[in-house]
Ligand binder design. Structure first.
Ligand SMILES: Cc1cc2nc3c(=O)[nH]c(=O)nc-3n(C[C@H](O)[C@H](O)[C@H](O)COP(=O)(O)O)c2cc1C
Ligand code: SF4
Length: 435
């Protein structure tokens, strides 16, 4: 039996066991409240969380016909209401035990507005904020303003070093811990940098030691490192416990709690998870954020993989290599490699007749139905990300566009996560999962 000693997390002595935040709706007030109730730490997701009407029913996301900036505003207001509602549910279930954290995707558009809105309305209910996917420079300042602890999620000592030097050294009081999320193993978006090979996982031990050494240099010996990614059974992590080289440590579980009865995900999703085999969870780069992410290979991902495999490069001027004339959707004449001609014809003959240009001088092939769905998804965009490769939405740009071509190799992550998080098809939506 492991001897897990309680440690201070967000101002209270609790067991060093943490539920990872999971959007959309894959960790909420119910699951986080249950974790806190056991004197651990529960994390609800602050990405489009549910809120309820007077009768206690979920108020479904309403995509109105207003302009995209208006829909975006509506999404922000809903996220604030949802964050407060989930904090209240979590608090009630916890019975005041343990700690409740809120997770925020930094790359969500206006994530700071949502955080400020929730924290100002849910005073005393949220003890900490975890934040990943991007570089959350302002997190320390924002959390300190509200007197809550903050937990950046990083995948290397290098990333923490940048955050510390640029911002966090000014806000030491409320730095609650540093989450080391293994970029090869963890579910959801992963922090693989260009220097790291997705095919060559590195063992977490050395990377965690590097992080601890760096933290010690900054006098952060007492700040726990929270290990995330591939944590299933603590027996596999005995080397990390009571190890002076690693110091204070806690364990964050993302995937495993999804198959508990307290998890908010659908039974169908849990069933899929219980039957995954080795190799079914894959690390890929289809997310419109541009990040790598880890998910279960289902029909949804297979379609994207096939589309990517069918991709054909073109040039607008003919040369020796790109010698075969090719017409994109009856209007644009370009040139492709002779070796790609058969590949293109095969797809068109199989019904993938809609040829869509990517931002990288390539085309991919879609069925008319797929193209219709894509157009509909772009039309309904609520501008959930700070920048989106799928719709070209850019929250910070005056034109609200990245100015690039929309990328048909990606998808609307907001739609698919929202739908599967509310009982949608487990075949046709994205199922994030760790390895
Ligand atoms: C379905 C799912 C959704 C997730 N969503 C988020 C998220 O919105 N924000 C975040 O920081 N991490 C997210 N994660 C990562 C988890 O919080 C956790 O760190 C990770 O799953 C740990 O790895 P494991 O899955 O191997 O346990 C998600 C993970 C899963 C499986
Ligand atoms: S199209 Fe992109 S920005 Fe718009 S809602 Fe979907 S994922 Fe978010």
């Amino acid at each position: 039996m492991l001897n897990l000693k309680p440690i201070m997390i967000s101002g209270k002595e609790v067991l060093p066991l943490i539920e990872g935040g999971k959007g959309i709706n894959a960790s909420d007030g119910r699951s986080s409240g249950a974790w806190a109730h056991e004197n651990c730490v529960g994390t609800f997701s602050g990405v489009s969380p549910d809120f309820y009407d007077k009768a206690g029913n979920v108020v479904s996301e309403f995509i109105s016909l207003k302009s995209r900036p208006e829909r975006h505003q509506e999404m922000i207001e809903r996220a604030i209401k949802g964050g407060v509602a989930q904090a209240q549910v979590a608090h009630e279930i916890s019975g005041g035990r343990g700690r409740i954290h809120m997770n925020m995707l930094w790359e969500m558009a206006d994530s700071q507005t949502v955080l400020e809105g929730v924290l100002s309305k849910a005073k005393g209910l949220i003890n900490g904020i975890t934040c990943g996917a991007g570089m959350p420079y302002h997190l320390g300042e924002l959390a300190s303003k509200f007197g809550v602890y903050y937990y950046p999620i990083v995948s290397s000592a290098r990333a923490f070093n940048i955050l510390w030097k640029r911002a966090y050294n000014q806000f030491t009081e409320f730095l609650g811990g540093v989450v080391y999320e293994d970029p090869w193993l963890a579910g959801g978006h992963n922090g693989l940098s260009n220097a790291e090979n997705p095919e060559q996982p590195e063992t977490p031990y050395n990377r965690v030691i590097k992080l601890r050494q760096l933290m010690n240099e900054y006098n952060l010996q007492e700040i726990p490192i929270i290990l995330a990614g591939g944590i299933w059974n603590l027996k596999d992590w005995e080397d990390y416990i009571d190890n002076p080289e690693i110091g204070k440590v806690a364990f964050q579980f993302g995937t495993r709690p999804m198959i508990t009865k307290e998890s908010p995900i659908s039974e169908a999703w849990q069933k899929v998870m219980l039957h995954v085999k080795k190799g079914d969870v894959i690390l890929q780069r289809f997310s419109p954020t541009g990040f790598f992410s880890s998910a279960i290979k289902n029909t949804f991902l297979e379609k994207l993989i096939n589309r990517k495999n069918g991709e054909v490069a073109f040039k607008t001027e003919q040369d020796e290599e790109f010698s075969v004339p090719f017409t994109i959707n009856h209007h644009k004449n370009v040139f492709i490699r002779p070796s790609d001609k058969e590949k293109a014809d095969k797809q068109i003959n199989a019904g993938y007749t809609e040829i869509q240009e990517t931002p990288d001088q390539t085309v991919v092939f879609l069925t008319p139905k797929e193209l219709e769905e894509m157009k509909e998804d772009r039309k309904n965009c609520v501008g959930c990300l700070s920048q989106c490769q799928f719709s070209t939405w850019s929250a910070s740009s005056p034109t609200k566009s990245t100015g690039k071509l929309p990328d048909p190799r990606t998808y609307c992550i907001h739609k698919t996560l929202y739908e599967v998080g509310h009982g949608g098809s487990v075949k046709d939506h994205l199922l994030f999962a760790g390895h």
